[in-house]
Design a protein. Structure first.
Length: 136
């Protein structure tokens, strides 16, 4: 788990979009978080992973921009933006373990074939019956 220090990102208060009542034009409750990936203290490997990700919040200059405006207060939006920044960085840091191909067991192969044979018998019973051959 990687936790970034406060000087590594820049928080700016802006006006939130959408309906807001009487305070909409005078209170800046939304937060823009700007994080420069190139200038950060992250490892080169993690910087490369972040820059190569297909996240549209990362600009061509290597700046990660997060806009938080979900909450009504500036403080709650700050916490939300910082939390989302940590989630993005930690998601880039996670490497899925390599998957090794395995073969099915003999018992599972046998169960599969028996199930197919049973299904075939059911379908065979749906076919047309020739009543002339029954008495032979």
């Amino acid at each position: 788990m990687i936790i970034l220090s406060e000087p590594e990102y820049e928080l700016t208060a802006i006006r939130a979009q959408g309906a807001g009542g009487q305070n909409v034009n005078k209170v800046s409750s939304a937060i823009h978080l700007r994080f420069d990936i190139h200038a950060s203290s992250l490892s080169d490997w993690l910087k490369a992973r972040l820059l190569n990700s297909k996240d549209n919040r990362i600009t061509e200059q290597g700046m990660l921009v997060i806009k938080a405006q979900q909450y009504r207060t500036q403080e709650a939006n700050k916490k939300d933006a910082i939390k989302r920044l940590h989630e993005i960085v930690n998601a880039a840091n996670f490497v899925h373990p390599t998957r090794y191909a395995t073969r099915p067991t003999r018992a599972s192969q046998k169960r599969r074939i028996e199930g197919k044979l049973q299904r075939g018998k059911i379908k065979l019973g749906r076919s047309r019956v020739d009543y002339g051959k029954i008495g032979e």
